[in-house]
Design a protein around this ligand. Structure first.
Ligand code: TYD
Length: 212
């Protein structure tokens, strides 16, 4: 029987270098012979597409509605028949997700108590908890410098004070929720190479050496 794949989540504020590290992690695990599927939240499916429109302010909804849409998108991400996370993991595939419910705690926790966001996401936690979460930690100031250097169109959350609040919510969430889960916080205000080495050492310990 195939053993279940590991579910790995990358988290970080905008501009933390998450996408780059996720890409390297995927390659590293493949080089070690694992079958890897990478995915992202919000998804590219219909609810995720609706959410992206809201983040670009093409459509306005209440903060609670947005938080609920993320829960719906996440449930669809976990359960859908095409490329749902549970079906991938059941096939023995290692799944890496760019964001998961920790993002909801951090971002929506700006507008409502984190505890309420945790409660809204309880069904997702029951269905699928990460085997490993890697949080790439940079300060809001550092993140803003990277975002500005990339010269990207700024989305709703990419403002200094908001980023400070989001980072604080992440750190509070890791401290107070799901402490039984494996969560690794990495200093990501370093060179890409240094950060990659840190990520690889975590992957060695928790995935490649099967020690989760
Ligand atoms: P995206 O452009 O995909 O950003 P990134 O490359 O930084 O992941 O946008 C995702 C945005 O959605 C990001 O600002 C965080 C936000 N978000 C939430 O507000 N709640 C959530 O539950 C998730 C998963 C993301």
């Amino acid at each position: 029987m195939t053993s279940r794949g590991k579910f790995i989540v990358f988290e970080g504020i905008d501009g933390s270098g998450k996408s780059t590290q996720l890409e390297f992690a995927q390659q590293y695990l493949r080089n070690h012979g694992l079958e890897v599927y990478t995915t992202t939240e919000p998804t590219a499916r219909p609810i995720g597409t609706l959410i992206r429109g809201i983040l670009k302010e093409e459509l306005k909804v209440s903060e609670e509605t947005l938080a609920a849409l993320f829960v719906a998108d996440r449930l669809d991400h976990i359960q859908n028949d095409d490329d749902g996370l549970l079906s991938m993991l059941d096939k023995g595939i290692t799944v890496i997700s760019d964001r998961y419910y920790w993002s909801s705690y951090a971002y929506h926790g700006l507008h409502m108590p984190i505890e309420r966001v945790v409660k809204m996401n309880d069904i997702c936690h029951q269905l699928l908890a990460p085997d490993l979460t890697i949080y790439l930690d940079v300060t809001a100031k550092h993140s803003m410098q990277r975002i500005t250097a990339r010269n990207e169109q700024q989305e709703k959350f990419e403002k200094l004070e908001l980023l400070q609040g989001i980072r604080q919510n992440y750190l509070l969430s890791f401290q107070h929720h799901h402490q039984d889960l494996t969560t690794e916080i990495i200093d990501a205000a370093v060179s890409i190479e240094t950060c990659t080495v840190a990520v690889q050492s975590i992957l060695d310990r928790h995935v490649i050496n099967q020690n989760i």
